[in-house]
Design a protein around this ligand. Structure first.
Ligand SMILES: Cc1cc2nc3c(=O)[nH]c(=O)nc-3n(C[C@H](O)[C@H](O)[C@H](O)COP(=O)(O)OP(=O)(O)OC[C@H]3O[C@@H](n4cnc5c(N)ncnc54)[C@H](O)[C@@H]3O)c2cc1C
Length: 413
């Protein structure tokens, strides 16, 4: 089977889709475009620096470009460098796998005060994303709002000692930022009851290994729940009272955010508990980890999703599809995108009606400074050849520098 397919987004969903398409139909031309000069999306710029086992999926994704024949075209922002309409004219099929990069806001009074930061923006800065804002001053009492794994990632990284970050790819800037923070109380608050928190119990177990913290669980009461809820409650109560160091990690549950207050900078967060009483928590900063939404000025995600022909199958319109977080919203782990991709690949291949007259990647010919997969291998080699002591990589954060290295012909190191 032949045909020209363009996938927008080289994150997990785009990579798994390219893999599934080429496995079923090796004769396809599959181009994976990304706004960044480097592939792998949130594997590189979201997954925590101390979770190198999770980041290792990048090695599997590399084979899609090295052996299966997919083409990576980086540093092309769709909507800015080329329009979606132009891509639809050039390819038989276009798939939007562009993720969701905006932090969902709390939507309460005070959520625009200074000192309030989104988890996505903070994790991008920790992962040295080229467009991330500088790492902020969190002060002695940061408050994390959210009870999912991204919230736990931030809690764990903020609580780790320098020795506990050994083997990560945390850069010198973020490492220094973590070493210099003066956090004494780190509170994490969720709206749901503890047994319905979205924490992964494996990630909770990691907290038990932290050497510098004392853990306090609040708002936990015995309750009738299912097996998963029971397991979660056991994990949480098992951590309660752990006392190995001065930094306090305080868990609160069942608190609905009402308002954030402060003069210009946030100083306190106010919640309502199950008994409708107000609970006030003083804080020096707030990190919201309550999900993600479209914040991509270049692609009209909301309009495309609203007018989708059949979103559950991934069909947005004729020859246009959606995958990953772009389709399903900010839910789902990396492995879940593999199953979704296999189903979407079958749908695309069943619908495919190739037109040999379409230009395919020739339509991208006018775009300057495009990076390719060999270019990524040069960047990867430059980052890993002599990392600092205790680190597995020294990430290049400048887009310009990445493009320069990617384009150094014939010098893969
Ligand atoms: C902080 C954080 C930590 C996480 N940790 C884990 C974890 O440990 N384990 C786990 O299983 N899951 C984790 N997840 C979830 C996981 O990262 C997502 O399920 C997955 O990355 C979603 O894949 P995606 O391909 O849909 O989106 P993304 O990974 O976001 O990829 C989208 C790609 O599209 C590109 N793009 C966007 N707009 C454009 C445009 N206009 N033109 C061209 N390209 C564009 C982006 O640059 C990006 O590379 C984490 C998520 C976050 C936010």
């Amino acid at each position: 089977m032949t045909g020209k397919i363009c996938i927008i987004g080289a994150g997990p969903s785009g990579c798994f889709l390219a893999q599934a398409l080429l496995k079923s139909a090796p004769g396809l031309e599959v181009d994976v475009i990304d706004a960044l000069p480097v592939p792998f999306g949130l594997v590189r710029y979201g997954v925590a620096a101390d979770h190198q086992g999770t980041k290792a999926i990048a090695r599997q994704f590399a084979r899609i470009f090295e052996r299966q024949g997919a083409r990576f075209l980086g540093n092309i922002c769709v909507g800015r460098d080329i329009t979606l309409t132009q891509l639809q004219a050039a390819y038989d099929v276009v798939v939007l796998a562009a993720g969701l990069s905006g932090d969902r806001r709390l939507g309460i009074s005070g959520d625009t005060l200074s000192g309030v930061y989104g988890a996505g923006s903070l994790t991008r800065a920790l992962n040295e994303h080229p467009d991330a804002p500088p790492l902020p001053v969190l002060g002695p009492r940061p408050l994390i709002i959210g009870n999912g794994n991204v919230a736990l990632d931030i809690l764990r990284l903020l609580a780790k000692t320098q020795a506990e970050l050994e083997g990560s790819d945390l850069g010198p800037g973020p490492s220094q930022w973590l070493a210099q923070n003066r956090i004494d109380h780190l509170t994490i608050v969720g709206r749901a009851a503890p047994e319905r928190a979205k924490f992964d119990t494996v990630m909770l177990k990691e907290l038990a290994k932290l050497s510098d913290v004392t853990i306090q669980m609040n708002d936990i009461a015995p309750s009738a729940t299912d097996a998963d809820g029971e397991k979660l409650l056991q994990s949480l109560t098992g951590l309660d009272g752990k006392s190995d160091g001065p930094r306090q990690l305080i868990f609160r549950f069942g608190l609905t955010p009402l308002a954030l207050t402060g003069d210009t900078h946030v100083r306190a967060a106010h919640f309502s508990n199950a008994a409708q009483q107000q609970v006030d928590i003083p804080c020096s900063s707030v990190i919201t980890a309550i999900g993600f939404e479209a914040q991509n000025d270049w692609l009209p995600r909301d309009a495309l999703i609203q007018s989708a022909a059949d979103l559950s199958s991934g069909r947005l319109g004729p020859r246009l599809y959606a995958a990953g977080w772009f389709r399903r919203g900010p839910r789902g782990t990396i492995p879940e995108h593999r199953t979704d991709a296999q189903i979407l690949a079958r749908t695309i291949l069943a619908d495919l009606d190739p037109d040999a007259g379409r230009a395919g990647r020739r339509a991208l010919g006018q775009i300057k400074q495009v990076t390719d997969f060999d270019g990524w291998l040069r960047i990867d080699a430059a980052e890993t050849q002599s990392p600092p002591t205790g680190r597995c990589r020294s990430k290049i954060s400048s887009r310009l520098r990445m493009v320069q290295i990617a384009q150094q012909e014939g010098t893969r190191q």
